[in-house]
Ligand binder design. Structure first.
Ligand code: ADP
Ligand code: MG
Length: 267
C-alpha cells in the first residue's frame, strides 16, 4: 500500500483522498472533433474508487478517445475533468494539478505494450526509476511484488518474445502497478487473446480492484465479463454515452434499441 506522497522528477504527487465508493474521476461535457467528425459529444462520465466500469460500443463510437482524454493522451475541445475532487482539465488545457496526479493513471493497450528489447524486469522498473526517482534495488523489489500480484513471478527475466499473449498482458498490468495507480484504463487488452486466456487476464483485474481499491475502466467486447464483473456498464453510440447503468439494467432491462442491437451482434 502507498505510504504517502513521494517526490517525483516533475514535482510532488498529491495524496489521493477519495475513499471506496467516492468519485475518483468526473468528466463533464467532454467534446472532441477530428475535422468535422464529432467523436465525443457532451460526454459526462464518473468513476468511483473500487469500481470496474466496462465500456462497450461499436468500433469508432468514441471509447478510446474518452480513455485517452482521461489519460492525458488527447485533449478535448471542451469540457472539464476532475480527479479526486480537483480540476485537472478545463478551458482546453491541463491545469497545474494534472502533473501532481498523472502518475496515478495507468493505461494498457491491446498490443505493443512492452518494449521488445528489454526483459520484463527492465520494462517494469523503467518508469518508476525515471519518474519517481526510485533506486534500482527498490524498483526491483517492487517489480517482484507486482509480478507476484499477476501470477508472473517466474518471468522476471523473460523477454516479451518468450511470453504468450496472456502473459504479455499480465506483465503489462504488472508494469502499470509499478506506479501504484489509482486509475487503470484498459483499452481492449484481451481482444487478441483466446477466451480462456482473456478470462484469466480479466480475473487479475477483478482481484486487483477488490484488493487494491483502484478504479478500472475497461473497453471490451466480452459481454460475459461485463455482465459478471462490471459495477457499471457504459454504452457509447456515435460519440455519446447512450446508456450508463448497472450490468443488470444495461443487459436485462434497458430499452435502448442501439444497445440491444450491439449486444446481439457481439454475442
Ligand atoms: P472506438 O475506440 O470506439 O473504436 P475511437 O475513439 O478510437 O473509437 O474513435 C472515434 C472516431 O474518431 C473514429 O471515427 C476514429 O476514426 C476517429 N479518430 C480517432 N482518433 C483520431 C485521430 N487522431 N485523427 C482523426 N480521427 C481520429
Ligand atoms: Mg478503440
Amino acid at each position: 500500500a502507498r505510504t504517502g506522497p513521494v517526490a517525483t522528477a516533475t514535482g510532488a504527487q498529491r495524496t489521493i483522498t477519495a475513499a471506496i465508493g467516492e468519485a475518483l474521476v468526473s468528466a463533464r461535457g467532454l467534446q472532441k472533433s477530428f475535422g468535422d467528425r464529432r467523436v465525443m459529444r457532451n460526454v459526462d462520465f464518473d468513476m468511483l474508487v473500487g469500481d470496474i466500469t466496462v465500456i462497450i460500443g461499436k468500433s469508432g463510437s468514441g471509447k478510446s478517445t474518452l480513455l485517452r482524454a482521461l489519460a492525458g493522451l488527447t485533449e478535448p475541445d471542451d469540457g472539464r475533468i476532475m480527479f479526486d475532487g480537483e480540476v485537472v482539465f478545463e478551458d482546453r488545457q491541463r491545469t497545474p494539478v494534472w502533473k501532481e496526479v498523472d502518475s496515478y493513471i495507468g493505461m494498457i493497450f491491446q498490443s505493443y505494450t512492452l518494449w521488445p528489447h528489454m526483459d520484463v524486469a527492465k520494462n517494469l522498473t523503467l518508469a518508476p526509476r525515471k519518474k519517481l526517482g526510485m533506486s534500482e534495488a527498490e524498483a526491483m523489489e517492487r517489480a517482484k511484488r507486482s509480478l507476484a500480484e499477476v501470477g508472473m513471478s517466474e518471468h522476471l527475466h523473460s523477454r516479451p518474445a518468450q511470453l504468450s499473449g496472456g502473459e504479455r498482458q499480465r506483465a503489462a498490468i504488472a508494469r502499470a502497478l509499478m506506479m501504484e495507480p489509482k486509475l487503470l484504463l484498459c483499452d481492449e487488452i484481451t481482444s487478441a487473446l483466446d477466451p480462456p486466456v482473456a478470462a484469466e487476464v480479466l480475473g487479475v483485474l477483478r482481484r486487483l480492484k477488490e484488493e487494491e481499491g483502484i478504479a478500472v475502466a475497461l473497453v471490451t467486447h466480452d459481454m460475459a465479463f461485463a455482465s459478471k464483473a462490471a459495477d457499471r456498464v457504459v454504452f457509447f453510440h456515435e460519440g455519446e454515452i447512450a446508456v450508463n447503468a448497472t450490468p443488470d439494467e444495461a443487459f436485462n432491462r434497458s430499452d435502448n434499441a442501439e444497445l440491444k442491437k450491439f449486444v446481439d451482434a457481439v454475442r
